[in-house]
Design a protein around this ligand. Sequence first.
Ligand code: CS2
Length: 467
Amino acid sequence: MHLSALTLASLPADIHTPTYDRRRHAPGVVHLGLGAFHRAHQAMVFDQLLASGDTRWGIHGVGMTRPDLVNQLRAQDGLYAVRVADGQGLKWQVPGALWRMSVATTEREAVVQAIAAPATRWVTLTVTEKGYTPALGQLLLDGLRLRQQAGLPGITVASCDNLQGNGHKLQALVKASALPDDSSVLHWLDAHCAFPCSMVDRIVPAATAEVLAAASQALGLRDDAALSTEGFWEWVIEDRLADPADAALLQSAGVRVTADVHSYEETKLRMLNGSHTAMALMGAITGRPFIASCIGVSHIQAFVHRLMGQEVAPHLSRTDWREYRDALIARFGNPYLKHSVHQIATDSSQKIPQRWPPSVLGQIECGAGFEHHALAAAVFVRYTLAEDENGQAYTLNDPQATSLMALGAAQRTEPEACVRALLSREDLWGKRLPAHAAWIARVVHWHQQILQGGVDATVQALVQEKS
Ligand code: CS2
């Protein structure tokens, strides 16, 4: 038997389940990008608000392309279990905020109508870095225009993707979709809708067979949509909401609503996500499957510690970075999170621009070293070979895979030219680094070391150098 509305009552008493009515009200939130992250993060915040008696936080979840997850969730009435586990303990919970589901590619009209529905007050997005396309802008604009035409109130449209200034990017994308004679919708967007920037954080790996098995053990029911996450979560959102009263509500559920999201965004992107990408690429090449297997290796841990402390931290506006760094190292080591390095290495070409170059440029500006980032960049070059150090092939899952692999293949015969070609790409490194001779020279150096001695020996050599 599956987890569903019918079987919910049969769950063991220690599993927290929704007690509020999930059928009587229309959803107040449309979420675009119904992946693992949203279900174990924001959906659990909205679950808390629903549990407090506020019926406006049910979610219409939208899968952007693939129907499989939406189909599984439909078969389970939007219910799924989340294992929250780390050094502090382990518990299972079934959040109940997901009320409706659609797939954007095949049910676009339903999504537009959901955005335009009178009960909708928020649209939240986790569509990944590569999701910010004109098609997304058009989808949102079509729904928002219907609201304007119907005389409905404006809404909050909150990008929650790992992009710096994500709210500004989304607002610009939506506005760019409007035609020149659409000026009335543009005025309405400015006057009535809010596009706050937002930083979200919780490590939520794609579910594994082990998690699904643990779920059926804990629930006594089959759950094809179960997830595993850590206890830690953070949501920082700019205090620019269409309904200003939402700020206090979100705060009551543990969300930080502030004028200064920027400092949280930059810290998280460069420390957490920057380290993640470096470890993921190292893991892919050395054959270590999970982030926990990478951080468990002393020289990789030392590398990440130094990357954050020496090259990232000096350019952050947040002063509590030491605590943040140490907490991150513990989070990366969480043995319950089987966070696949290949999952994080996915779309590296879209992730690197936010995660690494800002710190390198910061170091260059103050005349300081950037060896850790240069080594990470060299690891990325080696990664484009699509074969680990044991000769095992892997897939580059990236919108730029074809061009990256075409450039990367040359490293077998002409390594330096290959590094130079990959470092010349402004889509990855921005405008300044491709012209920075010292940066290129250091990446070339570390890449040579990697090809000669392997990733582990190279990382070891760097962390043994005096800091
Ligand atoms: C990861 C993130 O896959 C990735 O690129 O770095 O998903 C990371 O786990 C989250 O941002 C943590 O909040």
